[in-house]
Structure formats: C-alpha cells, structure tokens
Write a protein that binds this ligand. Sequence first.
Ligand SMILES: Nc1ncnc2c1ncn2[C@@H]1O[C@H](COP(=O)(O)OP(=O)(O)O)[C@@H](O)[C@H]1O
Ligand SMILES: [Mg+2]
Length: 261
Amino acid sequence: MTSTLIAKTIVLANQKGGVGKTTTAMNLAAALAFKGKKVLLVDSDPQGNASSGVGASRANGGPQLYDCFVGNETAESCLRPTGIKNLTVLPSSIDLVGVEVELISMPDREKKLRKILRPLRDRFHFILIDCPPSLGLLTINGLTAADSVLIPMQCEYFALEGLAQLIETTRKVKRTLNPGLYIEGLLLTMYDLRNRLTYQVAAEIKSHFGEQVFDTVIPRNVRLSESPSHGQTILEYDRNCPGARAYEKLGSELLRRSKQQ
Ligand SMILES: Nc1ncnc2c1ncn2[C@@H]1O[C@H](COP(=O)(O)OP(=O)(O)O)[C@@H](O)[C@H]1O
Ligand SMILES: [Mg+2]
C-alpha cells in the first residue's frame, strides 16, 4: 500500500530553559520512529543539544540548518541519519546563534523555516522542531512552520509564569502568520512522585488547561539526563527505564490524538 505522506509538524516551545523541550523532542521523535513512523527531528536551537543527543554533533561536519537560513543549502542536503532507522535529523550548532540577528533584515523573516521544510513534508509522518528558550525569531519561525505546538512544563512552583506570554505569542502567530496553528498539548515533565509540590502544580495546570494537558506525564528519571552524552535517545540507551516507557506512552497518546495510528 502506498499513500501520500504529509507530515504533521509539531514545534516544542517554552521560553523557559530546562523544562524538557529538547529531551521531549528527541525522545518523542524516537518513540514515534520505533512505532514505524518516519520522523524528522529539526534542531532549531543554537545549543545543538538535540543534534548531539542523536549522535549528529558538530564534529561530523556537513551543512546545517544555519546554511538553509542564510545560504543556499536545501534542507534535503543537511539531513543526517541517526542510530534509529526511521529517525532523521536536520542538525544545528552554535553557528545558528547568528540567525536571529540576520533574519531581522530578511523579507518574510518569520516564514523562512516553513519554506525550508516545505519540500520535506511528503517524506515524513512527523516533523518535530526543537526551539531555543526564548520567544525570538527562531521560535516564531517554529510556530509559523508548525501545525501545532507542544508545550513541555516542569512541575515546579513558577511553572505557570510566562505561560500566558507563550500562549499570547501562539495566538498572535495564529492571527497573523499561521491560521491553522493550535495547541497540541501541555506536557508535564520531570514529574517527581515523592514531591508534594509536583501534585499541587500538576493540579493547578490541569485546572487551567483541562483536556489540553497530556494524560502521560514524564517522570524525573536520571537515565533521561544520561542518554544525550552517549549520543543516544532513551529508547536506545535504556529501553526499559521509566523515562523510556513514559516517552513510548506519550508517542501512543499523540498518535491516538492525531488519529494517525
Ligand atoms: N524527565 C527528566 N528527568 C531527569 N532529567 C531530565 C528530564 N527531562 C530533562 N532532564 C534534564 O534536564 C535538563 C534540561 O532539559 P532539556 O530537555 O535540555 O530542557 P530545555 O530543552 O527545555 O532547555 C537536561 O540536563 C536534561 O537532561
Ligand atoms: Mg533545549
């Protein structure tokens, strides 16, 4: 059976750093790939952690997302395989840091990433875009290129702080640049069962956002923080740890919600 693919594009965004964007981008991408979906992980953060996390670090050389933004490279020419058969990465490195400034003077500066990724949409089931911890032009490009936004949130005291601004930015992009954009869901990360505050914060987020919060929560699990230094996703590094099981569950929930199963 052949069918025409049109990738569902999901951007991982939250202007707070350290909330689990990159961890979720890599491991949700891996989980979907293990379920037989063709997945592209786009690293749109100059820190390049998603790239090195799947084994595509700067040392490997070759063109990168930066070269698509400011040069004439096609996204196609930047694609790299990973240790997982169905998972491809479009890598970045610190070079990308200059893009925020260079974009300012470009026409259609918010739509660049959408144009870069367009030729790839019929090659993947899912495209996941990892963003930097800011609401700058790279994140705006991510929101403009995506069908939906997935918001990872750490269950900590100030979790809701800044969320209103992120949602307002999402609405603004929807109004002006990307009318189809919607919130895929809020994901509770680094969930600590032994910490009462976790329950309180989770309850507060659920009371505000109800159904928009994924049923799956990602537990705090040290294996998730170890795997990137081995250039492996959690599904390669320790398939049976709680973190791996949680991301597999999230993959299933996303497929169920996306009705692509
Ligand atoms: N569920 C988790 N359990 C333990 N450590 C985690 C978990 N999720 C993320 N981390 C670690 O927390 C740090 C921040 O996560 P990261 O995904 O890089 O956040 P962001 O991309 O939002 O800045 C990283 O060192 C990562 O390995
Ligand atoms: Mg990150």
